[in-house]
Write a new protein. Sequence first.
Length: 459
Amino acid sequence: MAAARRIVIENCAIATVDADDTEYASGHVVLAGNRIESVGAGKAPEGLENVVRRIDASGHLVTPGLINTHHHFYQWITRGLATDHNLFDWLVALYPVWARIDEPMVRAAAQGSLAMMARGGVTTAMDHHYVFPHGSGDLSGAIIGAARDMGVRFTLARGSMDRSEKDGGLPPDFAVETLDGALAATEETVRQHHDSSFDAMTQVAVAPCSPFSVSTELMRDGAQLARRLGVRLHTHGSETVEEEKFCHELFGMGPTDYFESTGWLGEDVWMAHCVHMNDSDIAAFARTRTGVAHCPSSNARLAAGIARVPDMLAAGIPVGLGVDGTASNESGELHTELRNALLINRLGAHKEAALNARQALRLGTYGGAQVLGRAAETGSLEPGKLADLVLWKLDTLAHASIADPVTALVFGAAAPVTASFVDGRQIVEDGRLLTADEDAIARSTRDEARRLARIAAQA
């Protein structure tokens, strides 16, 4: 790092989210190129060379960048629909609309989803995209291109469905792929876009949609494909009581046992939701180190229930936070999930002891890095890790009277983002994106949402 261009951030509170939860009431962070060079109390070391910028971060808390572990970007253009439905009724209402998406729609929706997250402190995003209507274009390429242009670190969970209405599934027949087609397209996406390097900006996971929308063959063969290619696996799991009933009726076992029978438990796997988990399910996830993407706002929006996050954490299960698709979490912001995860889990069996502010911050940072398989590279502020971090402004009316900055961030109103860095590059300044035109994205998402609504109505 000797010849690297340095950025020095000083006079800020720091929550490193390292293994010891080290914090500094007033400290510094030095970035050298795309890495964190030093973190500590007080001023930065004297005599640093090639310092291109010094930031006086008085009144700020610096944390690792937030990490989103579950999302569906395309849903940005179907927000505000079916607002009083449970999951299955919501899917029945929306699949006929989603089945009409195309490449321009998906590109605009990805830009909207990414922009909302990035301006709110997300530095690593992911998208679980599983709707590939026939003739819709290069949807994976459009999503990956949008993330690259936005400047965020990104994992595409290349999804798939092969169980349509004719097979007892929910999507229209023309909106699903064949078994062989899904596997081939997924493998091509991995080979074309996945980067396994330490500072990778784009990675790809294998991600059949859910037990009730894909065949057992696609689940089993997808797991084998992922392990042959050396990438991670992602799907939805145990989201609703209806899903549990479906698995028992169709497979003669619950979701967790079904996942295990198809090769879908392991330290290279993470599941979205995991709301309806019994003690045996939690033990299986803990034994295999299977990760969980906790999506509290979406679970509340769809009345799915409260995931047993405190029990998962106590068992040693890696848990991160997810926005989920914005048709079931219209705000599309991950920093609000810190607060919602804490509050919603306190409605469960553990009450006020369920989660505290620092546990919530860990879910949104280091926990997410664990779930995405990137805890060695990001998720905490430590020398040698990637320079992905956020400066939260906490000296305004909304937070200034809260003495503890982590409590202010988690319990308080959504804090303004003064600066967000990804790979050492600043992508947000004073709450506005530096890498994209937010107003242009708003116009394009509105236009594509209206176009999709017209096409769906005509169909």
